[in-house]
Design a protein around this ligand. Structure first.
Ligand code: FAD
Length: 325
């Protein structure tokens, strides 16, 4: 068991964490990234990424994250194979975090980039056909279904927004919901019902995702929640939109969060209410949820952290200057 001290402790190794690390390392803050159970974050479980700037051709999610990690290491980041199991924010700064390994991490600043995970239905075929027709992100994958038939599963704001977004690519979008009314805001429902490209299937749950002859998603098996009858729906793509769960369990009772568990930050900044504690990426963002926005917020957190430390140094230096005068 060891103690590691750094000027910037970064928890999480998705686009937000690696970007924060690149900026922090280049500012000589000698950052430590604790990578967690999913080194590289959510993009490591997808295939084609076509919307991250800088690449003319499609790149693979795992490759992109390896490159970000290599860049962060190249400029001087220390990567730790560990998962934070507890944090002490009451007695800081500096802030203390304990890893699953038993190691202790002490950060003069703390950047929380623990991300979020899409919620899945947990039915047969869903996992196996992930990236082959089953997705949890229309903004990310909708483009691959141009002119094709798609379904969205869910009944809240996210599901309705995903269905509306998909009409940019597809003329045949089916929204499948297990009840006979939506939870989404009225204004979104109005837009949905007015859109001729979207039809709704009420009182249906997805029993399984089935592959077609080509090995990609071919059809959904549905069950009627009222009659128990099963039916099938042929689709090329299915988007599970039943919500996301931010990884904020560690911070319950220690940092303010909204009703969905996303960390609260000062609007337009990554600053939490605690001095020197920042949150970046999907852990604080239930709206955009993109690699590029997460990376941008990671950059902002590192820059704000650097400025916070510089201000502390200035404060510490001031009395000496006065004494010298
Ligand atoms: C299937 C899929 C496809 C996607 N496709 C695209 C796409 O094409 N384009 C796009 O822009 N976006 C896409 N996204 C969204 C994108 O992946 C996310 O917006 C982005 O990864 C968020 O980055 P993040 O750094 O905030 O968090 P994440 O990527 O969620 O990373 C969170 C990190 O925190 C770590 N962590 C969590 N808890 C702890 C802990 N206790 N201790 C230490 N570490 C911890 C995890 O190990 C992980 O490394 C996709 C998402 C999915 C699921």
């Amino acid at each position: 068991m060891a103690t590691h001290h750094t000027k910037m402790l970064i928890i999480g190794s998705g686009p937000a964490g690696y970007s924060a690390a690149i900026y922090a390392a280049r500012a000589m803050l000698e950052p430590i990234v604790v990578q967690g159970l999913q080194p590289g974050g959510q993009l490591t479980i997808t295939t084609d990424v076509e919307n991250y700037p800088g690449f003319r051709d499609v790149v693979q999610g795992p490759w992109l994250m390896e490159e970000m990690k290599a860049q962060a290491e190249h400029v001087g980041t220390r990567m730790m194979w560990d998962t934070i199991v507890s944090v002490d924010l009451e007695n800081g700064p500096p802030y203390k975090a304990i890893g699953d390994s038993g190691d202790e991490y002490i950060g003069d600043t703390l950047v929380i980039c623990t991300g979020a995970q899409a919620k899945w239905l947990g039915v047969p075929g869903e996992h196996e056909l992930g990236g082959k027709g089953v997705s949890a992100c229309a903004t990310c994958d909708g483009f691959f279904y141009r002119g094709k038939k798609v379904a969205v599963i869910g009944g809240g704001n996210t599901a309705v927004e995903e269905a509306l977004y998909l009409t940019n690519h597809s003329d045949d979008v089916t929204l499948i919901h297990r009840r006979d009314e939506l939870r989404a805001e009225k204004i979104l429902q109005d837009r949905l019902f007015k859109n001729p490209k979207i039809s709704t299937l009420w009182n249906k749950t997805v029993e399984s995702f089935q592959a077609g002859e080509d090995g990609a998603l071919g059809h959904l098996v549905l069950k009627d929640t009222q009659t128990g009858e099963t039916s099938t729906l042929e689709v090329d793509g299915a988007f599970v939109a039943i919500g996301h769960a931010p990884a904020t369990g560690l911070f319950k009772g220690k940092l303010a969060m909204d009703a969905g568990g996303y960390l609260d930050v000062e609007p337009g900044t990554p600053k939490t209410a605690l001095p020197g504690v920042f949150a970046a990426g999907d852990v604080t963002d239930h709206v955009y949820r993109q690699a590029v926005t997460a990376a941008g917020m990671g950059c902002m957190a590192a820059l704000d952290g650097e400025r916070y430390l510089a201000a502390l140094e200035d404060e510490a230096a001031e009395p000496e200057t006065e004494a010298a005068e």
